[in-house]
Ligand binder design. Structure first.
Ligand code: C2E
Ligand code: CA
Ligand code: CA
Length: 410
């Protein structure tokens, strides 16, 4: 379950008007990232699961625990007598993690910090309560008790850079998967991975906003590493459920200059055991045009490693056809603007038709994005477009939830 779903549950409990005090307990494992760097994702996921079980076993049957992020858990504690009662539960969790968590051959000492907020004292809505539990957790990290209750008056609006930095460090971004329909056989053959971020202080932040912030501040290197690993991990999990999914991952041109970028991609592929042929990297046309020669060289190396390359937002930039012919692309993605307008605007429809023809002449497949109605889909099919995505086909959904769903029916 992710934070969004948790917020819904919390809202339902608040609306249900349960008696007494409701505690929101945020538990964060402190050394999981270090552990992951040494032992890998599979081992750190196992530690996360063991930690989840440990917390659940400690609490009362009426308490609800949710694993919201790699190293983070939230427990809802209904019907507390008073704030002392909540702090007692928190102290119990802290003590339990003074003992190492053992998984397989590994044993890891993963101390926790615990922050608590209380309904109704500290807020009347999920956002405020979760934010205040987060603030309490910051205090907890500094305290020798390792747990803390929210103290009114400690709030301060974090600047976005700090929030994003923190979110990346604590793995608070989420990958959502948007289905891509294959128009030849009418099945969903793959997904585009899209980053989502709900900042604890600000609520949901749009991807174009935080991607730009990351690009401007250098956090893009870390965001790219996160995106590659998270997208590949979830794609591998989907495939393990018997769904032969392809995954498309957006890559910012700002990381093209990084010397180790190709190695980073190939090592992520091998960590998650994803075949390169089932992964496409999407780069926008305008990004490619900023430095066509350098882009081409990098894309060639990625192509040699077996990955697909999509030119995203095609038609919105201004690629010269001379370059286009030389780019080692495997796919053109028609810019959403043309697709959205094509039903009512002849000019857009003609542009879409020419892009499809151009793509096929260059021997690359063509994907239309932003398909919002059945008429548009029918026109695209008639024009010979290869694949399509958009609200009409399906909205992006949290990849973790998709995996849970598939596992339940597998
Ligand atoms: P994009 O790669 O062009 O992604 C498609 C955008 O169109 C997504 O917006 C998606 O939610 C939206 N969309 C999908 N279907 C429809 C539809 O039928 N109608 C309309 N109106 N919109 C639709 P989103 O998720 O807000 O992403 C915005 C941009 O942020 C993306 O544009 C991509 O360039 C960038 N981005 C997202 N995730 C990542 C990431 O992990 N890494 C990098 N570098 N960039 C990312
Ligand atoms: Ca894209
Ligand atoms: Ca696009």
């Amino acid at each position: 379950m992710n934070r969004g779903e948790l917020a819904h549950r919390l809202a339902a409990r608040i609306a249900g008007g349960e008696d007494g005090i409701l505690g929101i307990m945020l538990v964060r494992l402190q050394r999981l990232q270090e552990f992951r760097l040494v032992h890998g994702y599979a081992a750190s996921d196992a530690v996360g699961e063991a930690a989840f079980a440990r917390i659940r076993d400690l609490l009362r049957p009426v308490d609800e625990v949710v694993h919201v992020a790699e190293n983070e858990f939230i427990a809802l504690l209904p019907n507390l007598r008073d704030s002392q009662h909540a702090m007692l539960a928190a102290a119990r969790v802290v003590r339990a993690f003074e003992e190492a968590v053992a998984v397989g051959r590994h044993s890891v000492l993963a101390p926790v910090a615990v922050g608590i907020s209380l309904h109704p004292d500290h807020g009347g809505d999920p956002d405020t309560l979760l934010r205040r539990a987060e603030l309490a957790l910051r205090d907890a990290k500094r305290s020798t008790d390792r747990c803390a209750l929210f103290t009114p008056g400690t709030e301060r609006m974090a600047v976005p850079y700090e929030s994003l930095h923190d979110a990346l460090r604590n793995n608070l971004l989420e990958a959502h998967f948007e289905p891509i329909l294959d128009l030849r056989d009418n099945v969903v053959g793959g997904y585009e991975s899209l980053a989502r971020w709900t900042a604890s202080e600000l609520g949901p932040v749009r991807p174009d906003v935080f991607i730009r912030l990351a690009e401007e501040t250098g956090l893009i290197a870390e965001l790219t590493r996160w995106s590659l690993n998270t997208s590949l991990r979830h794609a591998a999990q989907v495939r393990a459920c018997g769904v032969p999914a392809h995954v498309s991952i957006n890559i910012s041109p700002r990381v093209f200059g990084q010397r180790d970028i190709v190695a980073q991609v190939t090592s992520a592929l091998s960590v998650w055991e994803m075949p390169a042929a089932d992964v496409t990297l999407e780069v926008t046309e305008s990004a490619l045009m900023e430095d066509p020669v350098a882009s081409m060289r990098l894309l060639e190396r990625l192509r040699e490693a077996g990955l697909g390359i999509a030119i995203d937002d095609f038609g919105a930039g201004y690629s010269s056809l001379a370059y286009l012919k030389q780019f080692p692309a495997t796919e053109l993605k028609i810019d959403r603007g043309f697709v959205t307008d094509m039903r009512d605007d002849q000019r857009s429809a003609r542009v879409v038709r020419s892009i499809i023809d151009l793509g096929h002449h260059l021997d690359v497949s063509v994907v239309a994005e932003g398909v919002e109605d059945v008429e548009t889909l029918q026109i695209l099919r008639a024009l010979g477009c290869d694949r399509a995505q958009g609200y009409h086909i399906g909205r992006a959904e949290p990849a973790a939830a998709m995996v849970d769903r598939l596992r339940a029916i597998a």
